[in-house]
Design a protein around this ligand. Sequence first.
Ligand code: SF4
Length: 194
Amino acid sequence: MGVSGHVEKPGCYELELGIPLRTLVEDYCGGIRGGKKFKGAIPGGVSMGILGTDQYEAELDFDIGRKYGVLGLGTSGPTVFDEDTDMVSVARNITRFFKHESCGQCTPCREGSGWLYQIMTRIEAGDAKSKDLDIAMEIANSMGSMPGTTICGLADGNAWAARTIMEKFSEEFESRVMRTYVPVTINMGELAGA
Ligand code: SF4
């Protein structure tokens, strides 16, 4: 397993399939860098999506997708994030990668990857509205070979990464978007008669 990210000793470790992520990090990688807390981890390749803060005990085996809401084990090369990681920034960086990698043959991937990157960039900059979160989720849910809209799985990787980060760190995203203005109509006649 090739471990990278915010651990004291990143590197390659030959271990049995099924080792819990916490054991891998704490017993073999020297723990989270600087004694900080675990925040999340990509199990292996950004296409697999992300494990949330409450999934530190996830066993790294072929059931990880079914049990922990990620696409799969992937390369089994976890990228670990500490408590100070800005998950909106992580999402923006990942969507930038997929936008760059899209070959452009399929409209949902070509356009969707660009839209996801634009939305993540707006959220990170503090310029997004709450409805942008719904739009981003709708885009992610409709692109990929699994929903049957693209030729290859690159778009699925983009979708799983964006969707799982937004779902598992939803509070972080919601705190960064501006509340959409909802006009309130006041009936002055009713107020006067009250
Ligand atoms: S899904 Fe694959 S084939 Fe289609 S545009 Fe994206 S990278 Fe190209």
